[in-house]
Design a protein. Structure first.
Length: 231
């Protein structure tokens, strides 16, 4: 006699033939893990340093054209704003009888740790580069949420505080791994970053698109200007 197995619905992710983890679950184990890690079960991996590199270069090149001192001042202020909000909120919550949800506290603590350790200039460039990557390759991220998970990951990866290390006995050395946050914590950090940097990144993205289109416009102009001359 076969034991009665509890009913498990099929995984909701399109094309997946596995069953959900439990009768209450919506996704199979693999997709649940991906959803937690990447903000969307359809994503298989995060944005890599190598993928971000050309965008970092592009943002740096753009900023060199502008007033570097002023930009640096703006980025210092933006990061300061993030730091102040996190510090004040934490102080208030820690002294309160009702400090609030732990995922929110974790988000504030994580923000405090990261801003204490990263350069405001580099951090601003990185955030702008992530948004530029998204504007150039929008289909890479199926949802806003998926994008913000990569944004937060890249932002945290600027510093070692995002990694945990363990001793690997086979390799006889300490191995660093990415310290995962709870999805709600990631979302809370993302909201704070997006809110603070949105004007800055919008400007950078617009300027970058303008510069990118410039040669095409020049070519069109040239073609029009020279149209009376037979080729
Ligand atoms: Zn699945």
């Amino acid at each position: 006699m076969t034991p009665l197995r509890p009913y498990r619905p099929p995984c909701v992710v399109g094309g997946c033939t596995s069953l959900a983890r439990s009768g209450f679950g919506r996704m199979c184990e693999t997709h649940r893990k991906r959803a937690r890690r990447y903000g969307d079960p359809r994503l298989r991996r995060c944005l890599t340093k190598a993928e971000l590199k050309p965008y970092l270069r592009e943002v740096r090149r753009l900023l060199r054209r502008g007033n570097r001192e002023k930009v640096e001042t703006v980025l210092v202020r933006l990061q300061q704003r993030v730091a102040d909000v996190a510090r004040d909120e934490l102080a208030e919550r820690r002294s309160s009888m009702f400090p609030g949800q732990s995922w929110l506290l974790n988000a504030l603590e994580e923000i405090e740790r990261v801003v204490a350790d990263v350069s405001p200039g580099e951090s601003g460039v990185l955030i702008a580069a992530c948004f530029l990557a998204r504007s150039r390759d929008p289909h890479r991220w199926p949802t806003d949420r998926a994008f913000t998970f990569d944004l937060v990951r890249a932002w945290r990866k600027q510093t070692d505080v995002a990694s945990a290390s363990y001793w690997c006995s086979t390799r006889q050395r300490a191995i660093k791994t990415h310290r995962e946050l709870r999805p709600a914590t990631t979302t809370a950090i993302a909201e704070m970053l997006v809110e603070t940097y949105k004007t800055f990144v919008a400007r950078i993205t617009r300027a970058a698109d303008y510069v990118q289109q410039e040669p095409v416009e020049t070519k069109t102009l040239l073609a029009e200007g020279l149209s009376h001359i037979p080729e």
